[in-house]
Design a protein around this ligand. Structure first.
Ligand code: C2E
Ligand code: CA
Ligand code: CA
Ligand code: CA
Length: 279
């Protein structure tokens, strides 16, 4: 038993070491990622559930490490946050998304709403609002076409600054969506006090419907609550026809997920969606 325990321990340390090495490799890669153009954006359609028509896209960041290949944002975004480079990365995402928005407009496609993820760390900084304001002018972007997705954890240390940022962005015309709703920290008080336009129900709740009655109950109460608060609602992570039918029956209007489309490169979004869209 002793022998076994020791081996187990060795195995464990090896795993830990591997994880740590990977983390260091990614951190190292990230340092030069912007300069080496190792980031790119993909766009996932958001649709009207009733007919599958595109109403907008969520902008998602991709990073390719020189040795390790593609890394999930779930893995590298937290590292960007820890290293303090997230503000710079967000700036890159906004510039590139705005630039793309303009290109599509010039190609004659109907205006496309863009939902962009903003890290709470960036969101809490005063300079963020000013830099967004500058970029909207610089790229000549209609603010009503931009939506910022903020996870509900951003409100965990819900401060006056966060509230002021939301109010300022909204007065510019930008929309605010609460991402991953139901998965983390949330308070009805904050929902009531913050001028949020849209709520995005977390994919973990969608995953098991219609099979799981408890998840259904949660979705149904979120839907009725948000209806009363006059918030729009979108469900993410929709993968099956059954989920679409269920959500439609619950009067949920908007959705996003692999059932409709994976996140796509700009050129594929044009080919598969924009050229066919009648908005
Ligand atoms: P999120 O904001 O919740 O984004 C949705 C994630 O779910 C995306 O993963 C998307 O590809 C994935 N997804 C979409 N449809 C389905 C589906 O039907 N089934 C399943 N299983 N998954 C689906 P992705 O692109 O790997 O992003 C992961 C997270 O990384 C995002 O979660 C977001 O929190 C963060 N992230 C991505 N891009 C950015 C960014 O530009 N800035 C910041 N701050 N965070 C980002
Ligand atoms: Ca999101
Ligand atoms: Ca989400
Ligand atoms: Ca998430």
């Amino acid at each position: 038993a002793k022998e076994f325990g020791r081996n187990n321990h060795q195995y464990y340390s090896l795993e830990m070491e591997k994880k740590l090495t990977r983390k260091l490799d990614i951190e190292n890669g990230l340092k030069t990622a912007l300069k080496q153009e190792r980031f790119h954006l993909v766009y996932q359609p958001q649709v009207l559930l009733s007919n599958g028509e595109i109403i907008g896209v969520e902008v998602l960041l991709r990073y390719t490490h020189p040795d390790l290949g593609p890394i999930s944002p779930a893995e590298f975004i937290p590292l960007c946050e820890q290293s303090g480079m997230i503000d710079e990365v967000t700036h890159w995402v906004l510039s590139n998304a705005f630039h793309q928005q303009k290109l599509w407009e010039k190609s004659g496609f109907p205006p496309l709403k863009m939902a962009i993820n903003i890290s709470p760390i960036t969101f809490e900084k005063k300079v963020f609002v000013e830099s967004v304001e500058r970029m909207l002018v610089e790229f000549d972007i209609t603010p009503e076409l931009i939506e910022f997705e903020i996870t509900e954890d951003a409100f965990m240390h819900f401060t006056q600054e966060v509230k002021e940022a939301i109010v300022a962005l909204k007065s510019m015309g930008i929309h605010i969506a609460l991402d991953d709703f139901g998965s983390g920290y949330s308070s009805l008080k904050q929902l009531k006090e913050l001028p949020i336009d849209k709520i995005k129900i977390d994919r973990t709740f969608i995953q098991n419907v219609p099979a799981m009655k408890r998840d259904q109950a949660i979705i149904e109460s979120i839907l009725s609550l948000t209806l009363k608060l006059n918030n729009e609602i979108i469900c993410e992570g929709i993968e099956t026809k059954e989920q679409v039918d269920y959500l439609l029956a619950q009067n949920c209007l908007y959705g996003q997920g692999y059932y409709f489309s994976r996140p796509l490169l700009a050129m594929d979004l044009v080919e598969n969606w924009l050229e066919k869209a009648v908005l």
